[in-house]
Design a protein around this ligand. Structure first.
Ligand code: CO
Length: 142
């Protein structure tokens, strides 16, 4: 079930413009950067003791992140919980009549499987379940 906060997703217009703040002003070091085609974003990940700050830059105007920035501006976009059984978490949410946006889960960054819950059912917080391929039980830094 849920093991810890995996990451906090932050919508930004430009990774290049934002990375220096996290890397240099906060001193979080070099981020891991990758593209996530399913979400139409480029992601920069900073590891903060196993919890990641995930900067999300839209790669297309169709990206959910582009739409979020249009609507609310840059800023915190979602919170992701790491789980070792995403199917069970999805079922539990559905049993509680929460709208699950991805069932079955879709591929996220870092070979994860992810599923989002609709913010209208979660008191305004876009919520993600995130399962790593190792199930998160091996003690790796994922
Ligand atoms: Co995420």
């Amino acid at each position: 079930m849920i093991q810890q906060i995996d990451h906090i997703g932050i919508a930004v217009k430009s990774l290049d413009a934002t990375i220096p703040y996290y890397r240099d002003a906060l001193g979080l070091g070099e981020p891991h950067i990758e593209e996530v085609p399913t979400q139409k974003v480029r992601v920069a990940m900073f590891d903060v003791a196993g919890v990641h700050i995930e900067l999300l830059e839209p790669t297309s105007p169709e990206s959910p992140i582009a739409k979020a920035i249009e609507k609310k501006g840059e800023g915190i976009h979602h919170i992701a919980f790491k789980t070792n059984d995403i199917g069970a978490n999805i079922q539990k949410a559905k049993d509680a009549e929460i709208i699950v946006l991805n069932d079955p889960p879709v591929p996220g960054a870092h070979n994860t499987q992810v599923s989002f819950l609709h913010p209208k059912c979660t008191f305004g917080v876009l919520t993600e379940f995130c399962q790593h391929p190792c199930s998160g039980d091996c003690g790796c830094q994922h």
